[in-house]
Design a protein around this ligand. Sequence first.
Ligand SMILES: *Cc1c(COP(=O)(O)O)cnc(C)c1O
Length: 421
Amino acid sequence: MSKRHVATIAARAGIAQDTAFSAVTPPLYLTSTYELTAFKQPGQYDYSRSNNPTRDLLGETLAELEGGVKAIVTSTGMSACLLALQLLTPDDTLVIPHDCYGGSYRLFTNLAQRKNAFKLLVVNFQQAGWAEQISKAAPKMIWLETPSNPLLQITDVRAVCQLAKKLQALVVVDNTFLSPVLQQPLALGADIVVHSTTKYINGHSDIVGGVLVCNSVQLGDELKWWANCLGITGAPFDSYMTLRGLRTLEPRIRLQQDNAARVVDFLAKQPLVAKVYYPGLPQHPGHAIAKAQQSGFGAMCSFDLAADAALLPVFFSALRLFTLAQSLGGIESLICHPGTMTHASMDAKAQQTAGIGPTLIRLSVGIENSDDLLADLLQAFNAVAQASRQADKAANIGTAVKPDHEQQQQFRLNPALSAFW
Ligand SMILES: *Cc1c(COP(=O)(O)O)cnc(C)c1O
């Protein structure tokens, strides 16, 4: 049979393969252990930390979707990242992008600084000179995340992989923001792909999970050994849920991306929007590379609100369809304020360096009807415009009816308490 399309692989995973009862849908194997065939004769499975049929089916499907040879399904996206790092020793250098996912950044920096697990080089791939910087460090592993979070910056995966080949470095790509439907890093030259399956792959915001896909059996075997050794493989129930969500990955992403394109178009024409960040916009600095290495621009976008940051609570509380929450990639539209949520642990200066302004807002666009989504945004912008006029009027007559100070205080979450998502 010819190479199947992504939509077909995802929809048909394990369908009509049940040997016990001819069930069309593959069963969920909730068991911790498996009976031996006879004394000294283990069967195909022995213990669910090591292997489980439901988890294996998810892994095989994800490996095929990413064009890899072996996948390891892990308990969370973070444990997939942790697993890849098992390939490093204290003398090895790991290169990471300056704008990677906050939780990954926390893992990399703490393992390097507090555990001496490897040496770390933080590189800004958006600036000229990155290749020289990396060559000098002779790294063992280069970590990429493209598009980045929350500014959707694009890194040229092929260019980095070409350099890595020369340096004999491994390239790991976090493909969470696009999924294999829109980007397949192994085909661009990467060695390992990681995902937080919590996001698009499961797509329904009802589990946390991760996966790591390798381009070689040898890497896959070593990492599978570590996953079992560390005890970070995914739960069978979560694998079952993820398989169920995965079946609709392709149509979900297509619909979410179509909706995102309409949202971006709407935002770009909004007087209360200062700037829109989306790789699909021709003026986006990574537009050409995104076009070359992705098969779509995705359903994540960000924008700067052209209003006083004190009016953010007005905007967020006016919205009915965009839910103010961490995470992304589910069928429901979410909105997030990176400065106080996903990137809260960066201090003000680090946020400024990374380009995260006080009025930056990130959207994960869902599958709702796009007319409804635009109407929701429009009424929230109108609420901000009205509040802004009232604040101006109050300022002109010298009274103190400015946006409520207490409300602003409440809105600013305690950075120490907020987690990365
Ligand atoms: C969410 C996320 C992770 C971490 O995944 P969890 O499932 O939350 O552990 C890693 N990378 C990216 C890009 C993410 O968005």
